[in-house]
Design a binder for this molecule. Sequence first.
Ligand SMILES: Cc1cc2nc3c(=O)[nH]c(=O)nc-3n(C[C@H](O)[C@H](O)[C@H](O)COP(=O)(O)OP(=O)(O)OC[C@H]3O[C@@H](n4cnc5c(N)ncnc54)[C@H](O)[C@@H]3O)c2cc1C
Length: 390
Amino acid sequence: MSKRDVPEKHTEGPMSATDLLIAGGGLAGACAAFCLSRDGHAVRLLESASEPATGASGAAAGSVNPFMARRARPAWRRDDALAALRWVAREAGAEETFAQDGVLRPARSAKQAVFFRDTASTHPERTAWLAPETAAERFPAVQSPHGALWIPGGGAANVPALIEALLRAAREHGATIETGVRVTGWDERPGGVTVEAARDGTATTFDAARLLLCVGMGFAAFPALAPLGLRAVKGQTLRLRRPPSLQGERLPPSLSGSGYVVSPPGSDGTLLAGSTYDHDARHLRPTDEGRRYILDRVRRMLPPLEAAEILEAQAGARVSPPGSPLPAVGPLPGGRAKGHASGPASDGRVWVFTALGSRGLLTAPLLARALPAFFDDPARIPDAVRAQAA
Ligand SMILES: Cc1cc2nc3c(=O)[nH]c(=O)nc-3n(C[C@H](O)[C@H](O)[C@H](O)COP(=O)(O)OP(=O)(O)OC[C@H]3O[C@@H](n4cnc5c(N)ncnc54)[C@H](O)[C@@H]3O)c2cc1C
């Protein structure tokens, strides 16, 4: 590092003993900032990018699908998750950012149709099997030759708009939201944590009672997060102009079969199409190969999309713990007081709320709503989502 690059040192004013510093202004950070400020915590959120929702949350399609994956098995605590998403949107004054009007899952093969029919018979109160002719009657533009699973409780959310509303509401509850500030480390001390950060090339520190890391792909910069064994899978989405032949056609808010096509609420009739799953990505930029892959997939459900105009391509990383689709929340396991891989042990002031994988909309509001209770008594964190060493 040259002398010119050495950051100047600056210290922010002290914060009260109940203060919470959140690193990361994606879905996790925004939900946490909203729920904790609403609960009376004095919150400061630092986002390294120039605006919030630029990581995975900026690339998310917004599908809210409580029966995901190849066999359409129910998501973890699906009813609570949907209720929590409705609740945060409503309480943040942004009900319009979540349209709970259903997910259609056309079966990709006769074999998948067997799984979907099984789900429909096991969960008749939450799903319905649509035979090919019924699916075609309800959604004539959608190709469903093997039939489709209808999930009325699912839908679509406008992720950037929801995050913006959550952060606005958090500010109204007294939170401070700062962009362009990167958390670079921390130092636990009796009664609190000194958070190290960089703003415009100037090193600065913040004192807080607790640090909550909601940094998504930013985990790679912190050796102290290595014990979580987090994995990242790059994904790309496309914003498409609705082709003229689909104007006026009835589409479900979320269509998920061969890829997915989402009509996020308030998006002026544009569609979000996804996605790629790249386990060995060298960068997080969209690629032409990804564009071709997505269009090739989604045209099988909606043929006019083959020639749809691409308005924007976005990419991000889905972060997950090894072998689990569920997030990680709680005190950093095996934490070190200084955020390095070794050194004195942490006393639990540094928490993570991360690894939302590919279903952040079903987990971030649910867990953020419970964070105040988890802070009071970490034993209340369900084992299924407790941050643990891999
Ligand atoms: C292509 C794609 C499509 C997806 N589609 C869906 C979908 O349809 N439905 C769904 O539910 N989920 C979807 N997901 C998953 C969803 O996007 C994620 O689960 C969720 O957005 C993750 O939110 P996050 O806040 O944990 O991470 P991020 O959104 O990545 O936010 C992390 C933030 O932390 C900031 N940051 C990083 N390091 C630091 C630091 N040191 N200091 C300060 N700030 C820092 C970053 O700039 C970023 O803004 C999709 C993901 C991808 C990639």
